[in-house]
Design a protein around this ligand. Structure first.
Ligand code: G6P
Length: 609
């Protein structure tokens, strides 16, 4: 979604703003702009499309204060006039905003009646006009911003500069992420720490309903009611190298290859002397009777794998909800329910809203909310009382890969730990599960080393394909969904994931020789059934691509190609089946010459509804 960056200090602001915007590119955007102060005047530069369009017009100037923005269009087309920053008619205030101002129409009418002339279709433009009016009434910049934000409804993060306050940036946050980066004699702001990590590792996250005033002398925090707030900054532990490509052509390929290390890291940090250590959430185990999982996109698929494990290993009834559905149609209140929010960004508006709704229904004590994320520094990290940090670190490629497998590891550990502590599995069985889990990173390395050439080769055959069906059953049904989503997201080929047994109730009508079927067929309880379902597809002349062990190749005339993976216990198979599907989607998109890391219309961090 939109990205915000700001700088005030002794260095030249423009280079820092541009670098910050580049770091935010991964979040998805369609236009960009910056505003800076020079000799008491506001200057604005904006361009539709990629950042190089903006870079090409950049003047040589040594301003020390500025704000920048990458926009993902909500109100108004991705054209230059709708790009941020937006200014008032006197050009005394410039504003960038991330979010949606829900009452902007009423404000626009009111401001137009007072003589303001609007030049864009955006909701954001009401803000500089409002701030400007309050400045004209004689209020100082911070107070003018405070009065302006108190008129706004919706979710927003705002950064603003004013010609009359030449050393200041004022920020405001309401349900959209915004952090302040602390340097020496210089301060930064951004919607994501990734934008600033090469400058500072000390951050202060704004809370909802807070304003901040940044000057070269320091940071002041206030509530929307005007009360001063004191808070210590946090230190980020991940290294600036995490936001580099490290020799890979795309971030997505790098992140796919990072999965063995991410899994090792996740297991190491949550296994202490052979015991699963997931922190304070363990105190709830004995009391939990139901589990609800809320998530979006790929994290929702991780939730489906989680449900399978929590029900089949720990025997706890579990429901998985799309967060966007849950928030407006929550299930009736069920006591003793643990609600788990899964999110790689930690900022998905729908997931945060669903969790907040659950918190608001908790009458006494700490809400039973558990977050599973790789971003403990995010809004989710501050919202939930219980958290599992998957240790996957930041992910830049829009299509989630390593964060998915790390979320799935978290669910394994949670399900095993709950099962063990509730007496569903004994110590011996637990140790066996853990020993097998610890072998997974080696299996993933084997797939990466031995199967990549065959997958690259197969990807060539997808040049003229328009539809693909992915089939899986049991614990691999969510992997069929995930494989299809990966393909859709980055290659723009239509793909459907389906439970293999359900195919004959509809999707089979789509099959012919032009519609390949990717069939996940791993040894286990549903292997024979899956093979029968695949036979049905083969009988319609579909080309069948298997994902399974070498045994698949021994079935006469069924699989034209098999993406071979090592044999692992059925419950662990999602790790080895998802990897070839990530690679397949990657190579198909890369061979089509598409923008793999920033696919069209998508955003890494979806901070609006
Ligand atoms: C966006 C991303 C997806 C991601 C989804 C949920 O749509 O493009 O890759 O799965 O958001 O994100 P979350 O941060 O909640 O896991």
């Amino acid at each position: 979604m939109c990205g915000i960056v700001g700088y005030v200090g002794l260095q030249s602001a423009l280079g820092i703003l541009m670098e910050g915007l580049r770091r935010l590119e991964y979040r998805g955007y369609d236009s960009a702009g910056i505003a800076w102060l020079d000799n008491g005047e506001i200057h604005v530069l904006r361009a539709a499309g990629k950042l190089h369009n903006l870079q090409a017009q950049l003047p040589a100037t040594h301003s020390h204060v500025g704000i920048g923005h990458t926009r993902w269009a909500t109100h108004g087309k991705p054209e230059e006039r709708n790009a941020h920053p937006h200014v008032d008619n006197q050009r005394r205030v410039a504003v960038v905003q991330n979010g949606i101002i829900e009452n902007y129409r009423a404000l626009r009418d009111e401001l137009t009646a007072q003589g303001c002339v609007f030049t864009s279709d955006t909701d954001t433009e009401v803000i500089p006009h409002l701030v400007s009016l309050y400045l004209q009434q004689g209020h100082p910049f911070l107070e003018a911003m405070r009065l302006a934000v108190s008129r706004l409804e919706g979710a927003f993060a705002i950064a603003a500069i004013a010609a009359d306050a030449p050393d200041e940036i004022v920020l405001a946050r309401q349900q959209a992420p915004l952090v302040v980066g602390l340097g020496q004699g210089e301060f930064f702001c951004a919607s994501d720490t990734a934008a600033l990590i090469s400058h500072t590792q000390a951050f202060l996250a704004l809370e909802n309903g807070e304003l901040a005033r940044l000057t070269p002398l320091g940071v002041e925090l206030y509530t929307f009611a005007g009360q001063r707030v004191q808070r210590y900054p946090q230190r980020l532990t991940w290294s600036p190298l995490a936001v580099e490509k490290g020799g890979f052509k795309h971030y997505m390929l790098k992140e796919i290859h990072e999965q063995p290390a991410v899994l090792r890291q996740g297991l190491e940090s949550h296994l202490i002397e052979g015991q699963i250590a997931l922190g304070p959430v363990q105190e709830l185990y004995a009391q939990v009777e139901h589990i609800h999982i809320v998530a979006c996109g790929t994290s929702w698929h991780a939730g489906l794998v989680g449900k399978y494990l929590l029900e089949q290993i720990a025997q706890i009834p579990t429901h998985v909800y799309y967060a966007s559905e849950f928030r407006y149609a929550p299930p009736p209140y069920l006591p003793r329910t643990l609600t788990i929010g899964v999110t790689q960004s930690g900022e998905t508006a729908d997931t945060l809203a669903a969790l907040s709704l659950v918190a608001s229904r908790t009458l006494t004590g700490t809400p039973w909310l558990l977050g599973i994320t790789n971003r403990p520094d995010s809004t989710l990290g501050r919202l939930v009382p219980y958290l599992i940090d998957t240790r996957a670190g930041i992910e830049i490629g829009v299509a989630a890969t390593k964060t998915f497998t790390a979320q799935v590891v978290a669910f394994y550990l949670l399900a095993l730990d709950m099962a063990h502590q509730r007496g569903m599995i004994d110590q011996e069985k637990l140790e066996l599960y853990l020993a097998n889990l610890q072998k997974i990173p080696n299996h993933l390395e084997w797939i990466l080393e031995t199967q990549t050439p065959a997958i690259e080769q197969l990807a060539h055959q997808f040049q003229d394909v328009h539809h693909v069906i992915y089939l899986g059953r049991g614990i691999n049904f969510p992997i069929a969904l995930e494989g299809a989503l990966k393909l859709k997201e980055i290659s723009y080929i239509h793909a459907e994931g389906y439970p293999a047994g359900e195919m004959k109730h509809g999707p089979i009508a789509l099959l012919d020789k032009n519609v390949p079927v990717v069939a996940i067929a791993m040894p286990g309880t549903v292997y024979e059934k899956t093979i029968s379902n695949v036979q049905e597809a083969r009988a319609r002349e579909a080309q069948i691509i298997g994902v399974g062990t070498a045994a698949n190749l021994e079935i006469p005339d069924l699989f034209q190609v098999n993406l071979t993976v090592p044999e692992v216990p059925e419950l662990l198979s999602p790790f080895v089946t998802v990897l070839p599907l990530q690679l397949l989607a990657y190579y198909i998109a890369a061979q089509r010459g598409l923008d793999v890391d920033q696919p069209r219309n998508l955003a890494k961090s979806v901070t609006v509804e």
